[in-house]
Design a protein around this ligand. Structure first.
Ligand code: FES
Ligand SMILES: [Fe+2]
Length: 393
């Protein structure tokens, strides 16, 4: 009887768990605190305007605006008077005015007016709307949501500072590459570690759903993974018919930077864009991109088509027939089941990304600064190794 017993049935499955240390982004959580040591893009610079915009970042609800003097502000959504949202506020010369009782806050949360209080608010300096510092760069608004005494400088990146002839920097907030909606309903790490997973490219984007990128990318690469001072570098080599090799380097840089050269390989060149993965909360994220372009709108036009269609024009059965990054990553569930994974040789990069993040958590716990933060305003720009190159073998 024992010989006929079925093995490996789903009935034997144990309850699963996930790496809370790496996935949870709220304040006070290990990863939440690590992420809060860095600047994160929270909107396009052009989003910050006279109409307040809802921002969700690292599990917090915020409101982004720009006062009529041109200063952007990022404040907690709930008014410090009696808690309505400033999303319904009005932007004025000096700041944002709450719709409920008219308290006026400047971009740093100072309460400037309390019209219902005697004398316009004799004690108004006692009320401070919680706020975060913001800096505009590369067409994005970056926010620092961490401890004020640990605020690093907002890094400059060589690939966005040094232009080739005719290039300029543009920002985009729609997810690039695989298509899909702007807000992706799964944990940020499922996307970020995918940067170090070059083996999914010939399968998911090569054969499974038809060639989504160029034929250059369709063959199985020989891959080396290496820790760098910035994170993890993935070096893929693909021999070509003419005897040369296609050499592609991508980087997963701490904490959330996708440094991925164009998968369509329009040219052999250094990386042209950076993507920041912003965790909105534990179970959703979005991507901000800044890149060198020659025509405006170029970044948005880089998105994949499946079966000749954009992601949002596809039917359910087309999504099933032509899955891309969205389907594969959201298919891992809101937070993937880390306890049930089976790692192979090809998952070394993913393992390295997780270890790199774990090392930074340990550094933080030991009172050290994580990699990739600098407090030197005159420091040199960050130079990435990423790019598509063609080489003699
Ligand atoms: S709740 Fe905002 S002013 Fe009263
Ligand atoms: Fe992909």
């Amino acid at each position: 009887m024992a010989a006929n017993l079925d093995t490996g049935t789903a009935y034997e499955m144990k309850p699963s768990s996930h790496r809370t240390d790496l996935t949870e982004v709220g304040r006070g959580k290990p990863m939440g605190e690590l992420l809060r040591r860095y600047w994160h893009p929270v909107g396009l610079a052009r989003d910050a305007g006279e109409v307040p915009v809802r921002v969700r970042a690292l599990g917090e609800d915020l409101v982004l605006f720009r006062n009529l003097r041109g200063q952007p502000g990022l404040v907690h959504a709930r008014c410090c008077h009696r808690g309505t949202t400033l999303y319904y506020g009005k932007v004025e010369e000096r700041g944002i005015r709450c719709c409920y009782h008219g308290w006026l806050f400047d971009p740093e949360g100072h309460c400037l007016e309390q019209p219902c209080e005697p004398g316009g608010g004799a004690f108004r300096e006692k009320a401070r709307q919680p706020w975060y510092p913001v800096v505009e760069r590369y067409g994005l608004v970056f926010a620092y949501m961490g401890p004020p005494d640990k605020k690093p400088v907002l890094p400059r990146y060589d690939c966005l500072e040094t232009m080739d002839e005719g290039e300029f920097v543009e920002a985009d907030d729609s997810s690039l590459g695989g298509g899909g909606p702007a807000i992706i309903p799964c944990n940020w790490l499922q996307h970020f570690e995918n940067v170090a997973d070059p083996f999914h490219v010939p399968v998911l984007h090569g054969s499974f759903s038809g060639p989504q990128f160029t034929n250059l990318m369709a063959s199985m690469p020989e891959v080396r993974f290496e820790a760098t001072p910035r994170g993890v570098a993935i070096r893929s080599v693909r021999p070509q018919d003419d005897g040369r090799v296609f050499y592609r380097v991508t980087e997963a840089a701490c904490p959330t930077l996708r440094v991925v050269p164009n998968p369509r390989v329009a040219q052999f060149a250094r990386v042209e864009s950076i993507g920041w993965v912003l965790p909105l909360d534990d179970a959703s994220f979005r991507i901000y991109v800044a890149g060198r372009v020659r025509e405006s709108g170029e970044l948005g036009r880089m998105r994949s088509k499946f079966n000749g269609k954009f992601w949002w024009d596809m039917s359910e059965s087309e999504h099933q027939q032509f899955p891309g990054d969205y389907e594969a990553q959201v298919g891992q569930g809101p937070i993937t089941r880390h306890s049930e994974e089976h790692f192979g040789q090809s998952d070394r990069g993913v393992m390295m990304v997780r270890r790199m993040l774990r090392d930074q958590l340990d550094a933080l716990a030991a009172g050290r600064d994580p990699i990739g933060v600098s407090f030197d305003p005159d420091g040199p720009p960050v130079v990435f190794e990423a790019g598509n190159f063609i080489r003699e073998a």
